[in-house]
Ligand binder design. Structure first.
Ligand SMILES: [Zn+2]
Length: 71
């Protein structure tokens, strides 16, 4: 049996946000995409609530568009 420390906290990892978690995303990805947010967790995967997940999705979409335009 492995310890499941990660399941202990079920709130968003963004500092100042305590909403319920919707998705787990790689921390580095979040930092690259949402440079305005600070994560309270230092683990590789950070948990995002639906609002921050939406923001992340929006921002990464924009990124992809820019990448495509740059080609
Ligand atoms: Zn949040």
């Amino acid at each position: 049996m492995s310890p499941n420390k990660e399941n202990n906290t079920a709130s968003c990892d963004v500092v100042g946000c305590s909403l319920d978690v919707k998705r787990s995303i790689s921390s580095s990805k979040i930092k690259n995409t949402l440079s305005s947010v600070t994560l309270s967790s230092s683990s590789r995967k950070a948990k995002l609530c639906k609002i921050h997940y939406k923001e992340f999705k929006k921002a990464s979409k924009k990124d992809r568009k820019l990448e495509m335009l740059g080609r």
